[in-house]
Design a protein around this ligand. Structure first.
Ligand code: TRP
Ligand code: ZN
Length: 898
């Protein structure tokens, strides 16, 4: 590979259709951990829609080539090389049989075929199939697959692949076989096989058209008691996709398999979804409320891919958001419907708030750094680096905007047309947009910019009330701050921004809305303005009093809104806005403003003080019994340290931590009695229930506990936490109590209560890897004290017998938790965090480049930090750049340093 600044840059503009097509694939596997033989027989023909190529170039990686035959005769012109197999002078249409060998036992990349806990699994997206056999491993080559698996029956009693089981039987020497056929053509990235000692929870359900389907959740035998929730989530997903989108399950059987070694969350292989155990296994003792809702969301996500991703797939990987943005949108809507149905806006809003919080904290940061890219990227070095917040979360916001513009029905019509046109095809983001436009009789040319423009747009708002004329004008201006170099480079002109707005009167009620030129006011008190120019004024008429604007209701577009609310106005919105999202937003703005002012003072060493009116505004939320507990918990949770640091001119994690701690202590001490009361009132006695209401009570109660441990005298709170730890009948309460104990003890570097609970937790859950992950993560994210840096604990835990760098969940639980979720400790002034980061990136690079590249990203915003930290971060990045080998990590560190 050439050692240039951007080795092997792949560009969207260079797309060309494949020279050959593959119609059918018959795979035969002789599964042996160190030496699996794969025989691959394909029907190949020239692509009539492509220019004529002299030879057939198949991709292949880490394969030992054995033989090639064409139409049954040995083929001498097959030339294996590091990246694949070149076949000279092939006929126009032929049967190609290739045999090769791979080594799943030694495959620590978890891409291709690998062994985990003695069982075989595959992961093919995006380019893992080429590590299994030679192939045209690109999503616009779709084939019909038949798969024969052969293995020792004692060691691998269960043999699974995509589609339907055709036959199974015995073979000599204690071996057996199974043959599977997938009735749908698919790209190679959706291929999967699983073999091993697994058991299944089974259920039979009837779908809308009356067909019976077999559903299975496959796990290791000791995990069978943790499969019920995943199965229920699957059944709910099947029902929801029928009701909301008219999409039915198209296979007779649908399988989910859990694996403990997995790079990402889960994978939507046709009919055989493979999941990280973290997103399948749950019971009240081992999983938190957050785990339960994540499982529901991820099961939904992968199931929904069956239509948005599998039936209609991507032409090339630049179109990744076509399936991911759309499927995230679908899973978000599914979760919102499960929580609140179509009409309980307050319950739906809690899901929306959680999603927007992630978007703003992670995606906005990504969009302001060296990895910034449009939802549909223009180029990449390693596609695995582009499974990003932008492609997934911003992509979902882009899909949501169609629904905001056209309404649920218009959106549904667009989706119907999309499937009518493209079922069975590999298509582009443009095809999707055209279907939405045509179904709604709209020209969406301008909307295309959401796909091609990087950076977070800023919308600044000016308002003017003319009392004499009773007119209220709202002037919107869109652009990008200076902080977005990526946006400057690609700027294409103004975006079509659906900007939802409401006007609030002095009594806190919404005013009727009538735009200039309209005959009467509309029924709804929220209006979606179509904001299409760089600057545009919208004038409301018959406005009898000066209103307070509620801007970007329900976060109707992924933008930053700039408007100079006073503190009083924000407190008023927090108390009255009819849009629950904006109520929460007002509190966040209020808190962010105060926290940033405090952080600026902390950075200069000045004394901190806090406005009592802000305390009062929060107190009102805390004690407002008309608000759901889940909403109150969200409203009272301060913006994260990472988000706050990102808002500073120069990120200063220590100052942000000091400011946030100061406010937490202030709120704790000022509202002591309220926190105690809330803690008592929101206990959930009796058997554990997973309902959103019960989870809301637990969330608010545990927030109260965490504030109580901030009290100047926290002895009572420590007793409460210790008691909660001992008596908890569920993991949400137990983990929250442990976390409270750890943080209460942070200043002294530990306490007997915290140590006792930590030891007990380990012993109690020694046999539950997902719970031990929590044990590592809680310690890595604990607060630490001035003389008790968390890095010491982390380094010690790296040598714990239960630590294992090869297992991504475990590596994430300790290393990522520290480097990406404990900013004040990670960014310690002595650079100890960065040195640790460099060591771990280098170590992971040799084992698992995908995971290493994710970790590498925790330093990408280095230029935005204070000068001393910046220098120290640059040194760490340079050290890593000099030593790593994988394309994955090199792309990240080279972009960061460029
Ligand atoms: N398509 C998967 C999803 O979003 C993502 C995924 C799972 C993945 N495993 C991966 C992407 C490995 C890249 C590499 O549902
Ligand atoms: Zn997905």
């Amino acid at each position: 590979m050439a050692d240039t600044a951007t080795p092997n840059l792949i560009r969207r503009a260079d797309y060309a259709p494949p020279a050959f097509l593959i119609d059918t694939v018959a795979l035969e596997f002789d599964l042996v951990p160190e030496r699996t033989v794969v025989r691959n027989t394909m029907r190949v023909r020239r692509n009539p829609d492509a220019s004529r190529a002299a030879h057939l170039e198949l991709m292949g990686e880490q394969l030992e080539f054995v033989s090639a035959a064409i139409d049954g005769k040995p083929f001498p012109n097959a030339h294996p090389h590091e990246h694949g197999l070149l076949l000279d002078q092939v006929p126009d249409s032929f049967e190609l049989t290739l045999t090769s060998i791979c080594n799943p036992a030694e495959n620590t990349t978890l891409s291709g075929l690998y062994v985990s806990s003695g069982n075989f699994f595959t992961q093919c997206e995006a380019e893992g199939f080429r590590r299994i056999t030679y192939f045209l491993d690109r999503p616009d080559v779709m084939a019909s697959f038949t798969v024969t698996l052969r293995a020792s029956k004692a060691d691998y009693p269960v043999l699974l692949s995509n589609g339907n089981l055709l036959e199974q039987g015995e073979l000599p020497d204690g071996r057996h076989f199974a043959r599977w056929e997938d009735p749908f053509r698919k790209p190679s990235y959706l291929f999967a096989l699983v073999a091993g000692k697994l058991v299944a929870l089974e259920e039979r359900v009837k779908t809308g058209s009356g067909k019976e389907k077999l559903l299975q959740v496959w796990v290791e035998p000791h995990d069978l008691d943790k499969t019920r929730h995943a199965m229920d989530s699957l059944i709910h997903s099947i029902r929801w996709d029928e009701q909301r989108f008219g999409l039915e399950l198209d296979l007779d059987r649908f399988m989910i398999v859990a694996v403990s070694d997995f790079n990402m969350g889960a994978m939507e292989n046709k009919g055989l979804n493979i999941f990280n155990t973290k997103y399948v296994l749950a019971n009240p003792e081992t999983a938190t409320d957050t785990d339960f809702s994540n499982i529901e969301a991820v099961v939904g996500h992968e199931y929904f891919h069956n239509w948005t991703g599998n039936r209609v797939t991507c032409r090339d990987w630049f179109q990744l958001s076509l399936k991911e943005g759309l499927t995230v949108f679908r899973d978000q809507e599914f979760s919102a419907d499960m929580a609140g149905g179509a009409t309980d806006e307050a319950a739906r809003a809690t899901k929306r708030i959680e999603d927007v919080r992630v978007l703003r904290q992670m995606q906005f940061a990504e969009d302001a750094g060296p990895m910034a890219h449009p939802v549909r990227p223009e180029s990449y070095v390693e596609i695995n680096n582009f499974y990003t917040m932008t492609v997934y979360e911003k992509g979902s916001e882009v899909v949501r905007m169609y629904q905001t513009l056209f309404g649920r029905d218009g959106f549904r019509n667009g989706l119907d047309l999309y499937f009518k046109r493209h079922d069975g095809q590999a298509v582009t983001c443009d095809d999707f947009r055209h279907a939405l436009a045509d179904a709604n009789g709209r020209d969406l040319a301008q909307f295309e910019r959401w796909y091609s423009q990087a950076g977070t747009p800023r919308v600044s708002v000016r308002t003017r009330y003319d009392a004499a004329q009773q007119r209220y004008s709202v002037t919107l201006r869109q652009g990008y701050g200076d902080a977005v170099p990526a946006a400057r480079e690609t700027q294409k002109g103004p975006l079509l921004i659906p900007f939802a707005i409401g006007l609030i009167g002095k009594d806190g009620r919404d005013l009727p809305l009538q735009l200039d030129g309209e005959a009467k006011s509309s029924e709804s008190t929220t209006r979606v303005l179509e904001f299409t120019q760089t600057e545009q004024t919208f004038t409301f008429v018959n406005v009898g009093q000066e209103p307070l604007p509620s801007l970007l209701r329900n976060f109707s577009a992924p933008v930053i809104v700039e408007y100079d609310y006073t503190g009083e106005q924000l407190a008023f919105l927090l108390a009255h806005d009819s849009d629950p999202f904006n109520r929460w937003e007002a509190g966040q703005r209020l808190a962010t403003r105060e926290l940033l002012a405090l952080a600026a003072r902390a950075a200069t060493g000045a004394a901190l003080q806090f406005d009592d009116s802000v305390v009062a505004a929060f107190a009102r939320v805390l004690t407002d019994e008309t608000l759901s507990p889940a909403f109150r918990e969200l409203a009272l949770m301060l913006p994260s340290e990472a988000y706050l640091a990102e808002q500073m001119a120069e990120s200063n994690p220590a100052a942000v931590h000091a400011a946030r701690q100061f406010v937490r202590k202030r709120l704790a001490n000022a509202l002591r009695d309220d926190w105690l009361k809330v803690y008592e009132q929101h206990r959930t006695p009796g058997a554990y229930e997973t309902t959103p209401e019960a989870a809301g009570h637990r969330a608010l109660k545990n927030l109260a506990l965490s504030y109580l441990t901030e009290l100047d005298d926290s002895a009572d709170a420590v007793r409460l936490a210790a008691a909660q730890y001992e008596t908890a009948n569920n993991m949400t309460d137990r983990a929250a109590a442990l976390s409270a104990l750890l943080n209460a003890a942070a200043p002294q570097g530990g306490s007997p209560e915290a140590q006792h609970a930590l030891d007990d937790f380990y012993r109690r859950f020694e046999k539950e890897p997902l719970v031990i992950d929590k044990w590592f993560a809680l310690q890595a994210t604990q607060r630490g004290g001035a003389r008790h840096p968390v890095i010491d604990t982390v380094r010690k835990l790296m040598t714990h017998p239960a630590f294992n760098l090869k297992n991504p969940n475990r590596a994430r639980s300790l290393i990522f938790s520290f480097c990406a979720a404990n900013p004040a400790q990670f960014h310690a002034a002595d650079g100890s965090g960065y040195a640790f980061w460099a060591e771990q990136v280098i170590a992971l690079d040799a084992l698992n480049p995908q995971v290493a590249a994710r970790l590498a990203r925790s330093l990408e915003l280095w230029r935005r930090f204070t000068p001393a930290l910046r220098d120290s971060m640059r040194a760490a990045l340079e050290k890593v750049a000099a030593q790593v080998k994988s394309r994955d990590v090199r792309e990240i560190v080279e972009k960061a340093l460029a």
